[in-house]
Design a protein around this ligand. Structure first.
Ligand code: SF4
Length: 306
């Protein structure tokens, strides 16, 4: 190796004399690293798949060369993961190519001490048989009086649960101690908003019935909308017609929005509540009235829902 070749092989020299003064590109490359290419560039084809590890179901791109898997990466087209994989998913290549991978179904019979090999079809049949047997033995979709069972959280959608919950949450967070606590502590504030969203979703699900579950007839939904509207208006009255401000945080507030006194601010808030209730529940009442009218005229709405 000549002196010139030796000097030119020195990255600092290339950095000082070449086009890469920061040494982050060509100056830092060795002869070997210049010739390296990513496995994904030399693949013959790319197959799309889903990560087998967990139920998230991240999308994967499987790079194949000479009918061998050479790399597995995240699929940017996947709406679930948008190109990302967790460390486990990123290691999928080892899962499928490792020579320690188990390639046969192994089964250990009850009380046996040894594993035996099964063919895949037999194993799948055995699994299906057990799933069906467990389902037949334990599934319950009717109670002993043949009423349909609606388990999990659907009890929250019963009107006699959802409406009192909605009312309780609405009143609770307007109690001065709770209201002030929400304004002073961010975690309480988040809990307040979360509870509003949850109970709001419950009563509006009853009103709109998006899944056409038919928990309430059309007339009952109309009645519920009127009751909610009436409750909302009554709850706003103490703010609109009150004689003193209820919340210390607003009373102690040194900067007054538009120069409003705490009492005027509170009355305005009550008015906003009334207007908001009128706009939302009022619109619901109008829509339900129109639906009821159409149903009575025999058009468009399932009669048994009325
Ligand atoms: S990449 Fe990770 S998070 Fe995504 S499916 Fe696989 S194991 Fe689950």
């Amino acid at each position: 190796m000549g002196v010139r070749t030796w000097i030119e092989g020195w990255p600092v020299y290339r950095q000082l004399t070449g086009t890469d003064p920061l040494g982050r590109g060509a100056a830092a490359q060795s002869e070997r690293s210049k010739t390296l290419t990513a496995r994904t560039e030399t693949a013959d084809r790319v197959a799309k798949s889903v990560c087998p590890y967990c139920a998230v179901g991240c999308g994967q791109r499987i790079f194949v060369k000479d009918e061998q898997i050479v790399q597995i990466e995240g699929d940017p087209d996947s709406p679930v993961s948008r190109g990302r994989l967790c460390p486990k998913g990123s290691a999928s290549l080892s899962l499928v190519t490792s020579d320690r991978r188990q390639r046969h179904v192994l089964y250990r019979r009850p009380y046996a001490t040894e594993w035996e090999r099964l063919d895949l079809e037999t194993a799948m049949d055995m699994i299906a048989d057990r799933v069906l047997a467990a389902r037949d033995a334990t599934w319950e979709d009717r109670d002993d009086q043949n009423r349909p069972l609606r388990r999990t959280l659907s009890f929250l959608l019963r009107p006699r649960v959802a409406v009192p919950l909605w009312l309780t949450v609405l009143i609770l967070w307007h109690v001065p101690a709770m209201y002030d606590a929400a304004l002073r502590h961010p975690a309480v504030h988040r809990a307040e908003h979360l509870s509003f969203v949850v109970v709001g979703a419950l009563v509006w699900t009853l009103l709109i019935d998006p899944a056409r579950h038919g928990r309430l007839t059309l007339n009952e939904r109309l009645g519920l909308a009127i009751v909610l509207f009436w409750i909302g208006q009554v709850l706003a009255y103490p703010f609109v017609f009150g004689f003193e401000p209820y919340y210390d945080v607003y009373v102690d507030q040194p900067h007054r929005l538009f120069g409003l006194s705490p009492l005027a601010d509170q009355k305005l808030a009550g008015l906003v509540m009334m207007i908001e209730q009128s706009a939302t529940l009022g619109a619901a009442i109008v829509v339900l009235l129109l639906l009821a009218r159409r149903a009575r005229a025999g058009r468009g709405v399932t009669p048994e829902l009325v």
